[in-house]
Design a protein. Structure first.
Length: 255
């Protein structure tokens, strides 16, 4: 896979138009009400007003069944906050679903580009990781049901990770990105995923859900394996292409 970027007519920097730099500088300095360099106090004040007036991002839904209401009530009576665990479970469920979509996109990209270079990522390994992400999502959905919650609801933290992961999906599904660039996005996702499972285990243990915590520890071990594998692939894709480029430029010309 061709991972080394090419040199072309990138016009995004000012050096590509040196004759216009002075005009641009003069135009900005002659503005009617110039702001001091680096002063964003007006923008901060405006944002603060919106922050102070805004409603919360969302709520954790009330259990929709009598059994769920009883479980939540019993948990609260023992001093726990079941809504916090349900919120983080919703977050994990949303992120695991995104993980499956990320690997779906990577599988497609690797298959499309495998004929263009020397690096090979085993399709069966990618599919195995993708299926583990799906199993983890199903496990979290079962945990939500165990607590009397609804896995189809969007909790506040689930909403947040949905927005966060949107950029990662855009990177991997962009037809222009390389496999190495796509692996970088998935590496970010896997590091976040590992941290999320660690926090979920702590919450489950604190609320005396021992079996749930044990299931989550098994998922964390699998996710650590995913992280290690993706990191290896990413290093091979980036460092390998750099080594090939260096070797190509250092070879003597043959006349």
């Amino acid at each position: 896979m061709k991972e080394t970027p090419s040199i072309g007519m990138n016009r995004t920097g000012v050096q590509m138009s040196p004759f216009d730099i002075d005009d641009m500088t003069q135009a900005s300095s002659s503005a009617a009400t110039p702001s001091p360099a680096g002063d964003a106090s007006a923008m901060a004040a405006l944002r603060s007003s919106y922050i102070n007036e805004a409603d919360p991002l969302g709520t954790v839904p009330v259990p929709g069944t009598v059994k769920g209401m009883l479980k939540s009530g019993a948990s609260m009576m023992t001093g726990h906050a079941p809504q916090l665990l349900l919120d983080k479970l919703g977050e994990r469920l949303a992120f695991e679903r995104t993980g499956a979509r990320l690997y779906d996109a990577l599988i497609t990209k690797v298959a499309a580009l495998e004929q263009e270079g020397t690096m090979t990522i085993p399709g069966e390994r990618l599919l195995h990781i993708r299926e583990e992400e799906v199993r983890h999502a199903a496990m979290v959905a079962d945990a939500i049901r165990t607590l009397g919650g609804d896995p189809t609801s969007m909790t506040p933290c689930a909403d947040v990770v949905g927005v966060e992961s949107m950029g990662l999906l855009q990177v991997v599904t962009d037809a222009r990105t390389s496999v190495a660039q796509s692996l970088h996005a998935i590496l970010v996702a896997e590091m976040t995923d590992n941290h999320g499972w660690e926090g979920l285990i702590t919450l489950a243990e604190a609320q005396n859900h021992d079996q749930m915590a044990a299931d989550f520890r098994a998922a964390l071990e699998a996710e650590r394996s995913h992280l290690q594998q993706v990191e290896t692939w990413f290093n091979e894709a980036t460092l390998g292409s750099a080594a090939e480029t260096e070797a190509g430029t250092s070879q003597p010309s043959v006349h």
